[in-house]
Design a protein around this ligand. Sequence first.
Ligand code: WT7
Length: 631
Amino acid sequence: MAYRIHSFDEYLAAYHKSVEDPAGFWGEIAQTFTWSKKWNDVLQWDFDGPDIKWFVGGTCNITENCLDRHLEKRGNKLALIWEPNDPKERFQRYTYKELHRKVCQMANILKRNGISKGDRVCIYLPMIPELLIASLACARLGAVHSVVFAGFSAQSLSDRINDSKCKMVITSDGAFRGAKELPIKRVVDEALEDCPSVKKVLVVNRTNWGLDLVPGRDVYYHEELAHVGDECPAQPMDAEDNLFILYTSGSTGKPKGVVHTCGGYMVYVGYTFQNVFQYDESDIYWCTADIGWITGHSYIVYGPLLNGATTLMFEGIPTYPDPGRFWQVCDKHSVNIFYTAPTAIRSLMAAGDEHVMSYHLNSLKVIGTVGEPINEEAWHWYNIHVGKERCPVVDTWWQTETGGIMISALGNLCPTKPSYAGLPLPGVQAVLLTNEGKEITQNHVEGFLAIKFPWPSIIRTTYGDHTRCRETYFSKFKGYYLTGDGAKRDQNGMYRIIGRVDDVINVSGHRFGTAEIENAINADPHVAESAVVGYPHPIKGQGIYAYVICKKQPGNEENLRGEICETVAQQIGPIARPDKIQFVSGLPKTRSGKIMRRILRKVAEGEPENLGDITTLLDPLVVEEIVKGAM
Ligand code: WT7
């Protein structure tokens, strides 16, 4: 590819150019993609709105770039390898030609069922090929996909469907996940009791349960296939038309729909995939994320396919049938580039070295991590046991809102350092700010991580609520995109992400707002009030610690804990279940009624001796009780 960086010097030159002449820099990269109409202006922006437009006036379709343009040279090359949950089940492979055909067929099915440009389509599917195919089929028509992770509850699903008024849901009968079978369609049916915008449900068979469908609303994918052709023209999209919505949690309110648009997102994920992983034409690439999260969108689906790569998709979990599964799959498919999350690394590390020692892993060239800070111990274990000290570890920092990787090494070209994400990518003007919003210019410092210039895949809005987008990311410090993370910068300008500085908890790389979990806990009829904080957890990174005030003294505390966890699972999903629940008679509040989370955090972290000043508390005695009852 024309935009490949080959050395550290080339990285420095690219970085320099991206700052001196951003329009020239990104314009050249964008030219290597296929556009039905070239842009007039590379960039127009204003962070106050925010109002950010890339490749203004240009039109393109990302699926033409992911599929059609590869057909001539790579038609028979593998685009997708799908590895099922059960290692005994046969894996599947799709060449670019076959994937193109599948996507066109699916797009025709959507069309037949009333979907056209601009419609929102919710995809609630397990990690089966149809998830990737459905996403691309939406993009082909210009329909906006909203993929919801298939572990979210019916309540979360219906909230997301209603927020963006989806017209269709694409789902499956059931799912296989480890030893479990999950009733996916049943969750959809429950969610749809309260979703008037949904006219059609497209059901893919995975578990072959032969479910009865709702007449007039539900259709089976395999039956629809008989009615459609293999060709479907790609809808030309304005560069700034919406490509997808992806919901993510913030410190306040319900999860918000992060909106990404067609042109800038395409250019940025294509560019970053190529350079961060130093991808070569014959590489087999595997990212273990779920497509329900941004990592899967950008680096299972779009990034790899834009580069004509072979992307591997895995249906299962790291520990099934045993904690060697990742490594078995790497050997089985000769994976060259492997991208996973610190939480997975820590859990496999805890399972014992023998599970990784029995595999060769000699195909690996680059290994990556994403989603949360990686502790040094896990970094070394990954480097030694997986990378065999031959493979650069790329620790990639980014967010749902950034669309693509922002801070990372580029394969083996850049220096790496355990627990440091490293240097910003070309085009990423990262800064650290003080409490007052002043840029800290020296090195060997710590501050709020912010970005002071747009990059092509920056969030454009939060769906249906532009004010919220402005207030969350662009108001606190004028002229900056605020990430919500705190970071350190060392003598050499390398960044180490410390973690969230807002009320967001990162559990196994998944974001939850403390308020969101509190609302779920409060939905339990026994609960009067609650406060949730994060605390260091050996596997998950952060665990969820809940302080709960009951309406009346709980009879059996253990039972009530179980019940509250169940309520949270139903309200949000099983991944948001609290790890610890402490029943308390009151919460530490200031005279103005604000919960002092700092105190709750210290107790949860097991450092009650460091509570700091508690003289402003309404009732200091509450603290004594909380410290005594700490879990
Ligand atoms: C938050 C974003 C980006 C895909 C997955 C998560 C944390 C992400 C790293 C990293 C330290 C990281 C940050 C960020 N985070 N990557 N390499 N090192 N922290 O996406 O759900 O939008 O969460 O994840 O706190 O703000 P997300």
